[in-house]
Design a binder for this molecule. Structure first.
Ligand SMILES: Cc1ncc(C[n+]2csc(CCOP(=O)(O)OP(=O)(O)O)c2C)c(N)n1
Ligand SMILES: [Mg+2]
Length: 556
């Protein structure tokens, strides 16, 4: 069945909508605008409602095909995070948008500037709800976009793109959604698109910044916590300079989607626990807690307690007014984390000689010769040996966060990535997008994606894109045969007898081979090391499946 609609149905003679040399079409003007904005890569999955946008696809544009929209969107997310620039997505009307929703939530929570576009049925007949109508198109992606819009007239499409770009980029950055009727693209444009620029950093209020600096300077025993906004803002170095001048212990935020401080630094003390009670225990004894670029805090299981220990005060610095408003305790300052850190470091005196309790040193090395299934410590310690120091890590092995923190600390900026929403199925496509972004910006590094056997299945189609583009991604799939972390949750929440936690019968290497990837099962750490090294030399992605022992996850 041919699902395509006629290219225009405005009842007019074809000559009225044909391309005149002097009167470019909406499509031509929009592509010129996208070019001017540097949006020449389109992450998409096409349908009949999108083909009018995609027709005669220009040679200087790249179309990255994803086989399912959850993958399309998360690949664009990874791409934007790697390049540090907005990315463009084109998905199929309502059903495609629906498929993309889970990944859209992660992009929203992770402040990724994405311009997500979807086709809409023909204006002429949309009121009678033909097949593929995106009913209430602007409501569908809410509340997980900053702006959702369907231009009132075809002529407004280019200016809608310009506005979408500005909304997506300005802080807090995030995804926006444009629904575009399929008959708009051939219509005559009003003229060339107006290309604008907007800023993406906001300076803090000077008076409040001075107040914050004073309080920070006066603290006896401050604790610093950096969240994902710091790394996103390019504030890695500024964070180190601030922490070193403060001589304060530093934590990365819990369940971070980015790491913002070198986890091998002498001031680093770990990630803050993910419960109210646990975080409070860490903060106890510190008269001032300085939170930069994060919500207060990213809690997960409910373990009640005080939000702040008695005797502590909390200062939060964030570029996101909603995050500032939602903090249960403390005082907030709005501003770009890099600008604030750079300025405030100049305003405080040198406390670098402060005496700190020693950091806990990891336990001794372990036996790696164990037969399968391998301990997760053995797997992570092997990866620590073989992975290149400059590789990026995409982490979605939900029950092994503690082992990753121990064995693969993040030591460089823009090199740790996780889902910002808590939805799994983000990591596989995000790794693909990060590798594409690395390639686009000329960075030559391996992406290591450590993925649970459950998490691997949600957006598995993305590995096809990795294979087609011959991307340097090594997926290490931890095959423990279950949704392990949910068993730990069941114990914590005292919910025995939950069904659906076992994953027998998955041949993951076969699935990966079916999508065109190199794929291998390994049963020892030696083989893991060998295959990993072979993967580094391969001209494309590899999926390495490792049988691992299920283990309780640390959820405190
Ligand atoms: C989209 C989505 N669906 C379901 C969940 C619930 N969930 C959280 S962790 C998890 C299991 C993860 O299993 P796996 O990837 O095998 O990692 P393991 O815990 O075994 O290390 C599930 C199903 C989720 N977070 N997101
Ligand atoms: Mg598992």
């Amino acid at each position: 069945m041919d699902l395509r609609m006629p290219p225009h149905t405005d009842g007019a003679d074809d000559r009225h909508v044909s391309t005149q040399p002097s009167q470019p079409t909406v499509q031509e003007v929009t592509y010129d605008l996208l070019r001017a904005l540097g949006l020449t890569t389109v992450f998409g999955n096409p349908g009949s409602t999108e083909e009018t946008f995609l027709k005669n696809f220009p040679d200087d544009f790249t179309y990255v095909l994803g086989l399912q929209e959850a993958s399309v969107l998360a690949m664009a997310d990874g791409f934007a995070q790697s390049t540090g620039k907005p990315a463009l997505v084109n998905v199929h009307t309502s059903a495609g948008t629906g498929n993309a929703m889970g990944s859209l939530i992660a992009a929203y929570k992770g402040n990724t500037p994405l311009i997500v576009t979807a086709g809409q049925q023909t204006r002429e007949m949309v009121s009678v709800e033909p097949y593929l109508t995106n009913k209430d198109a602007t409501l569908l992606p809410l509340p997980w976009v900053k702006w959702a819009y369907e231009p009132t007239r075809a002529e407004d499409v280019p200016s809608a793109f310009m506005r979408a770009y500005a909304v997506a980029l300005q802080p807090p950055a995030g995804p926006v959604y444009l629904s575009i009727p399929l008959d708009d693209w051939d219509k005559p444009a009003l003229g060339p698109a107006v290309v604008r620029t907007v800023s993406h950093r906001v300076s803090p209020d000077a008076e409040r910044l001075r107040e914050f600096a004073k309080r920070i300077d006066a603290a006896q025993s401050p604790l610093v916590m950096f969240g994902p906004e710091v790394d996103r803002a390019g504030a890695w170095e500024a964070g180190i300079a601030f922490a070193e001048k403060m001589g304060a212990p530093v934590y990365n935020g819990p369940l971070g989607d980015r790491a913002s401080f070198p986890e091998n630094h002498r001031l680093y003390r770990g990630t803050l626990p993910m419960t109210i009670a646990g975080a409070t225990e860490v903060m106890r004894g510190h008269d001032l807690v300085i939170v930069v670029g994060a919500q207060v805090f990213r809690y997960y299981p409910y373990v009640p307690g005080e939000y702040l220990p008695r005797g502590s005060e909390l200062l939060q610095i964030t570029a996101d007014p909603e995050v500032a408003a939602a903090a249960p305790v403390g005082d907030s300052l709005l501003g770009d984390p890099r600008l604030v850190l750079e300025q405030i470091t100049e305003m405080v005196s040198d406390h670098s000689d402060r005496q700190l309790p020693a950091a806990q040193t990891p336990a001794a090395a372990l036996d790696r010769s164990a037969s399968p299934p391998l301990s997760t410590e053995a797997v992570w310690s092997t990866l620590a040996d073989v992975r290149p120091a400059d590789s990026a890590l995409v982490m979605e092995s939900t029950s092994t966060l503690a082992e990753q923190a121990r064995w693969l600390p993040t030591t460089r900026p823009v090199s740790f990535f996780g889902t910002a929403s808590g939805g799994i199925g983000w990591g596989v496509p995000a790794a693909v997008g990060i590798a594409l972004g690395d390639r686009a910006r000329g960075a030559n590094r391996t992406v290591l994606a450590t993925i649970g056997d459950g998490s691997f299945q949600y957006s598995v189609q993305a590995i096809y894109t990795a294979a087609q583009h011959k991307l340097p991604v090594v997926f290490v799939v931890m095959r423990n045969g279950e949704y392990s972390v949910l068993k730990s949750f069941a114990a914590l929440e005292n919910t025995p007898g939950v069904p659906g936690l076992e994953l027998p019968g998955l041949d993951i290497a076969a699935i990966a081979a079916g999508f065109g990837c190199r794929a291998v099962d390994v049963d020892s750490t030696d083989k893991l090391a060998h295959e990993f090294t072979a993967a580094l030399a391969a001209d494309g992605p590899t999926v390495i499946v490792v049988p691992t022992k299920p283990q309780p996850a640390r959820l405190g």
